[in-house]
Design a protein around this ligand. Sequence first.
Ligand code: CUA
Length: 363
Amino acid sequence: MMSALTSFLAMMSGEAVAQAGEAAAQAAPGAAGQAAAAGDAAQAAASAAEAQWSTGGTFWLPDTASATTQSTDMIFYGVLGLSIFCFVGITAAVLYFVIKYRARPGHEPEPSAHHNDALEITWTIIPSIICVFLFVFGWRGYINLATPPKHSLEIQVTAQKWSWNFSHPNGVNDAALHVPVDRSVRMIMKSQDVIHSFFVPAFRVKKDVLPRRYTEVWFKAAEPGVYRLYCAEYCGRDHSLMKTKVVVHEPGGYERYLAEKEAELQNIPPVELGKKVYDVRCVACHTTDGTPRVGPTFKGVWGTESAFTDGTKAAVDENYVRDSILDPQSQIRQGYPPTMPSFKGQLSDKEITGVIEYIKSLQ
Ligand code: CUA
């Protein structure tokens, strides 16, 4: 239900949903205080990125930026036109008959109409033919969407509460999706926790992302630009914040992006790397200003002692942070829910070291 509503709204206008999402985040009950601090930075970053976002499309549909959108849009407008035609026609007929056959002095009620073969055959056969047409077009479009072309670029997608991770063939990981223009891209998707849904309105693709199973979706971006990517399955408190962008690069730009990302990872000081990782991976649940969110804050925790739900205690040091990232369920802090997902296989040792150094720097 939520999924259907989200997608309907997003179809109406990508912009409106983004704003609704932010408004919902701000109004989230019980999270008001904590969300404000962590949310501000994220929202400032989001609005800075907003400037370059593509804002094409019509009243009904957002930009069409993928090779497969045409068949989807054709069916949509076909069904919309048909619905308007039927709605107007039926309403007009009802009004006409209500007025023409209204009860008034001097008019006897007429007996009910009898069987009319010609009429009944007509109103059975014409809609049946229309349904067959809709089915054939819809089915062909579906088969096309369900069959990624061979030799597509493959990107691994991991969804978790409440962020996305896109892993490229050369090992680069990013929270935003970068793809080349004019090349079919196959997303191989899995979830770390609950069901999420990968939704890019401009590409007209939406697919559930499930735990313990891979799902796939493909598209071929037709226009360079920046497009919105949503989670379209209600997945918990910060579902509305689980959105990011798709950057479609000009020819050569995607290769440049991969190379730059790789070089960045080689040369960056650990604290800065840790801050970068924090901004995309940790910010949903941990603050750096001392207020608790879903998880404890990162500020001032270094060197302090933590009490766990099993009664044991440990000092916050390098191995404590590393264990918390890779095997969070082994030590649950008292007073916090056991909701943190493992980042095993998602963060390199270098990135984990960065996070440790970053936490150290937040005194
Ligand atoms: Cu993930 Cu909603």
